[in-house]
Ligand binder design. Structure first.
Ligand SMILES: Nc1ncnc2c1ncn2[C@@H]1O[C@H](COP(=O)(O)OP(=O)(O)O)[C@@H](O)[C@H]1O
Ligand SMILES: [Mg+2]
Length: 328
């Protein structure tokens, strides 16, 4: 795995792509990492693909690669820990800083900051496992049900790939949904379910400010964009461009750039929305290391925007090398 791939261009940079890890999204990350490594080799860089293990930090300290490209979804990558360590090692890194990643990683923090910037977010109640136990599940859930009308979505306070997420259309299912969310995180969010069209907007900044790529519409075969719907061929239909009208897609693109800026994100992010019948995009979450596999949304958005993964990732790597380790 450590063996360098082709060195096709002497001006190419030495890039370490990080993929794998021990998070719930390990397999997705490995697929993302392989795609990124291939695209960077195509762009003329020398690439080493590494799993983050106990040998990683000494390896990076010895090797001092030009740039690290983390393709680690879930904890350690997206919770900012490793990003802080990379910064401490003085290795230029593609993507957000640790501090910004933490703002996005916590869905309750991200939604409140993005709401403060004027983007619509679904009404929610955030519950720690401790408070839930202390105050008693039955009485907590009675208050929750009265406060949030209609169908609900229960999800862990952080995480990805829809793991631990339950759509609750029968109030009797609420306790089980809470238990499921708490298996992934000490915080659970109970959120109003927004009915409408799911839209993912990739935001890219290769040095001239963040811009939205073509928004991608997601139509899961069984109505919910679950883990199965994400990683099995044929389970979901993607439309890039989406079937929504131009006014709506440009409102979503603007909201995505606003969310990216508000959270202080850098280089690349994917902002997820549900667009309701009135055409309002409701912010669900921001991903600082979005999926980059062959069936992921960002590669589709790149293609629909008339460019190529090797060009975009290559430009991000160049921008990271030029930036060095400064934090902006
Ligand atoms: N408030 C909501 N209304 C409707 N659907 C939602 C809502 N929140 C989440 N979902 C559904 O659950 C999926 C996963 O939720 P999300 O918050 O994006 O978590 P993840 O980080 O796991 O992708 C979304 O892609 C969407 O299909
Ligand atoms: Mg999501």
């Amino acid at each position: 795995m450590e063996k360098p791939q082709i060195m096709s261009d002497s001006s190419g940079l030495y890039v370490v792509v990080l993929a794998g890890g021990i998070s719930h999204e390990r397999d997705v990350s490995l697929r993302s990492g392989r795609r990124v490594a291939d695209a960077l080799v195509d762009a003329g860089h020398r690439v080493v693909l590494r799993d983050p293990d106990a040998a990683l930090l000494p390896f990076l300290a010895d090797e001092q690669p030009d740039v690290v490209f983390p393709a680690l979804h879930g904890s350690s990558g997206e919770d900012g820990s490793l990003l802080d360590l990379l910064h401490a090692l003085g290795v230029p890194t593609v993507g957000s800083t640790g501090a910004a990643a933490r703002r996005a990683w916590s869905k309750p923090v991200a939604t409140s900051l993005v709401a403060g910037a004027g983007v619509s977010v679904p009404g929610s109640i955030v519950l720690s496992h401790e408070a839930f136990r202390e105050l008693g599940a039955a009485s907590v859930l009675r208050v929750v049900r009265n406060a949030l009308e209609g169908d609900l979505v229960v999800k862990p306070g952080s995480g990805g790939s829809a793991q631990g997420v339950t759509i609750v259309d029968d109030p009797n299912d609420l306790p089980r949904a809470m238990v499921e969310a708490f298996t992934y995180d000490d915080i659970a969010i109970v959120e109003r379910r927004i009915m409408g069209t799911e839209l993912a907007v990739a935001v890219v900044d290769t040095g001239d400010g963040p811009r939205a790529l073509t928004p991608v519409e997601i139509e899961p075969a069984h109505g919910v964009y679950s883990f199965q719907a994400r990683y099995n061929a044929g389970e979901t239909t993607f439309y890039a461009p989406s079937r929504l009208n131009d006014d709506i897609t440009s409102a979503a693109a603007d909201a995505a750039v606003l969310a990216h800026r508000t959270l202080g994100l850098r280089d690349l992010s994917r902002i997820d929305f549900i667009v309701d019948e009135a055409g309002t995009p409701w912010f669900l979450e921001a991903n600082v290391i979005p999926g980059l596999t062959e069936t992921s949304l960002v590669p589709l958005a790149i293609e629909a925007s008339g460019t190529e993964a090797s060009a975009v990732y290559g430009a991000l790597v160049r921008a990271a090398a030029d930036r060095g380790t400064q934090v902006d």
